[in-house]
Structures are given as C-alpha cells and as structure tokens.
Design a protein around this ligand. Structure first.
Ligand SMILES: [Zn+2]
Length: 119
C-alpha cells in the first residue's frame, strides 16, 4: 500500500505511465488517478510528507480502516504513531509503516488463530 503525497492511499487507484529515469528513458511506472501525481520509484524518493499531529492522526485512522484493524489495535496503533511522531524526524509514511509493522501482522495472526479455534 502506498501513501500518496495528497494524503490518500493509492490502493489500486492508479494509471500506468512512462517516465525518464537513470536506467531507462522510458520506465514504466504508475500515477495516482485522484491527484495525478506520478511516482518515480527509480530515482525519486518515496513521497515524504510531514503532517501536523492532527493530520497524521486522521491519516492513521484511515490506515487502520484500510487494514481492518479492530478498535483495540487501532488504539494501540494510534499511540505508536503518536510516539514515533514525537521523535520529530520521520515522515508520515515512515511512521505509518513502522507502526503498522507491529500491529497489522499481529492482527492477522490473531485472526488466523481465532479462525482455527472455531473449527
Ligand atoms: Zn494522490
């Protein structure tokens, strides 16, 4: 999942395009349909956006919804996002990815365990 600079997850909502990069004058890439931003995965860096705490929180909530985190895990996830944000050095995407590492996987695991228990 890629978080676009416009603050939305591109989530399959992309168009194909070709850009000039250092490896190929016509490198296939994707752009975000909604805002038109074209990603450069070769030379460009991942979008770096530094939102305010409030903006980041609403992003994190969106992220939690997209990943179908339950309420309890969403709460912990938001705390972790806040903790990482207060370090003040990480961009939005770095924070969301780092925080989700801990929680998204755990939720998947617990979901599987619950499923097994029901059988
Ligand atoms: Zn966008």
């Amino acid at each position: 999942m890629i978080l676009c600079e416009c603050g939305e997850f591109i989530d399959g909502n992309t168009f194909k395009d070709y850009i000039e990069t250092s490896i190929n004058p016509s490198t296939p890439t994707v752009g975000h349909v909604k805002c038109g931003l074209i990603f450069d995965f070769i030379d460009g860096e991942m979008p770096k956006r530094y939102s305010s705490r409030t903006e980041l929180k609403s992003l994190a909530l969106k992220f939690a919804e997209k990943n179908r985190l339950d309420d309890e895990i969403t709460g912990k996830f938001l705390l972790e996002v806040d903790r990482l944000k207060s370090k003040g050095t990480m961009s939005d995407i770095e924070i969301l990815m780092a925080a989700s590492d801990a929680f998204v996987e755990r939720q998947t695991f617990e979901y599987r365990r619950d499923n097994n228990r029901m059988r």
